[in-house]
Design a protein around this ligand. Structure first.
Ligand code: SF4
Length: 160
């Protein structure tokens, strides 16, 4: 299983609680006006890495992990495998996506990642709802979904 990876950065603090390793995955179909990272949209961007190679880089630090991009759900099959391996190794996993939680739940491939994701930061970035005071998200429509405590039609938000 391989994924296209733009970058892997250890010690980030803006993509979830504590110091984390952020994995920036290539490709996004949402094209939100005002996107902070339009250079991530190209599906063939970055470089191809196996799940083993990605985990080897992550394992250089003892941080929890955030999958971001781009939209990780554009590579959902590989993301499910990567997230599963990370959870089995005891890491807390956050995942950003431009899809809503309900859209992810309704898709067989994307939803296969959910059992291994602690928090799904969902929804497109909406410029009209931009708020620089929000934690870990750019616009107020986006939610920090506590996946283990949620189900389609009944979202529980993450709260530390
Ligand atoms: S979902 Fe995220 S990466 Fe994709 S266009 Fe929107 S803000 Fe940019």
């Amino acid at each position: 299983m391989t994924l296209r990876v733009l970058d892997i950065v250890g010690g980030t603090s803006v993509d979830g609680p504590g110091l984390r390793t952020s994995v920036y995955l290539a490709g996004c179909v949402h094209r939100c006006p005002g996107c902070h990272n339009p250079q991530s949209w190209e599906m063939s961007g970055g470089k191809e890495m196996s799940v083993d190679e990605i985990i080897a880089v992550i394992d250089e630090n003892d941080f929890n992990v955030t999958l971001t991009g781009g939209d990780p759900m554009c590579q959902a099959e590989g993301v499910a495998e990567l997230a599963r391996r990370l959870k089995e190794a005891g890491r807390n996993v956050w995942c950003y996506t431009g899809y809503t939680y309900e859209e992810v739940c309704g898709d067989a491939v994307m939803s296969s990642a959910l059992p291994y994701v602690d928090v799904l930061v969902d929804g497109e970035f909406e410029q009209a709802k931009r708020d620089t005071g929000l934690r870990f998200r750019g616009s107020s429509n986006q939610r920090l979904v506590d996946v283990a405590r949620s189900a389609a039609g009944m979202v529980t938000l993450w709260d530390d």
